[in-house]
Write a protein that binds this ligand. Structure first.
Ligand code: IPE
Ligand code: IPE
Ligand code: MG
Length: 253
């Protein structure tokens, strides 16, 4: 199999990189079960994959990487699993802050981080503030995130702005609506990667993914690495995005 460096070179030579890659990091539980380990061990090893992919994305020049880290529905998991995930998140952010700074990564989040415990929220906010001037990869963590709730809060804010006379109904178009979403200012994802073989969106970026290219791999998230990431990029480079139009070369009328 081609080495990581070869894969990277091939992808770079081809050009046409996605600007924004979103990932549903799935399969931590199954990875652990296959090894007779508790689910929490899967999450712990999943962090290693996150580090590899963040580094690979920055290296190759991806501008935006959005990682689905925790959904609002994930609160319905057993209490010990939820707190293990939250602790990993907090520990990892704290431990990796220097690496983010060294690699010029800007950290942002989408989702409700205000309802996290103050300690966890503050460590995140500190990392966000301290990396805010970085100009390399924007690493966006979808954390306590729900695509439907995001759309609902946009609708509520729009209604409030209309009631306050700040907005006229006629002004509401797709671009204006996007300004009310948590992803305001970010381009829509060009590529969605989902690991562990599941063919679903699971309430992720519902508005933003209308024309996103989907890539599903059977690899379980803790086993996902630089090579797997570059293979996903290489697959994307072969796609023809039509956005509802016909092929560029087809000129029949
Ligand atoms: C993804 O892995 C991690 C989170 C959802 C936080 P899972 O924990 O969903 O792993 P599976 O799907 O049970 O294998
Ligand atoms: C989606 O994975 C959420 C994250 C990766 C954080 P889930 O494992 O929660 O999704 P479902 O339940 O399989 O749809
Ligand atoms: Mg899962």
């Amino acid at each position: 199999m081609a080495s990581i460096e070869t894969l990277k070179r091939q992808v770079l030579a081809k050009g046409n990189l996605p600007t924004h890659v979103a990932i549903i990091m799935d399969g931590n539980g199954r990875w652990a079960r296959q090894r007779g380990l508790p689910r929490t061990a899967g999450h712990k090893y999943g962090v290693k994959a996150v580090k590899k992919v963040v580094r690979a994305a920055g290296d190759i020049g991806i501008k935006y990487l959005t990682l689905f880290t925790f959904s609002t529905e994930n609160w319905n998991r057993p209490k010990n699993e939820v707190s293990a995930i939250m602790n990993l998140l907090y520990e990892t952010t704290r431990r990796e802050l220097n690496e983010l700074l060294e690699n010029n990564v800007r950290l942002i989040t989408i989702g409700d981080i205000e309802s996290l415990s103050p300690k966890r929220r503050d460590i995140l906010k500190d990392a966000i503030a301290r990396t805010s001037k970085n100009t390399g990869l924007t690493l966006n963590l979808a954390l306590n995130y729900s695509g439907r709730l995001e759309i609902l809060q946009a609708v509520k804010q729009i209604a409030a702005d209309i009631a306050a006379g700040k907005l006229d109904i006629k002004q509401i178009d797709e671009s204006r609506f996007s300004q009310y979403l948590l992803t305001k200012g970010l381009p829509d994802p060009d590529l969605l990667i989902r690991t562990s073989g599941e063919m679903r969106i699971s309430n992720f970026l519902l508005w933003q993914m209308s024309y996103t290219e989907l890539y599903v791999t059977d690899i379980l998230w803790p086993d996902f690495d630089e090579a797997a990431f570059y293979r996903a990029l290489s697959d994307f480079q072969k796609r023809e995005r039509r956005f509802g139009r016909v092929k560029q070369s087809s000129s029949e009328r």
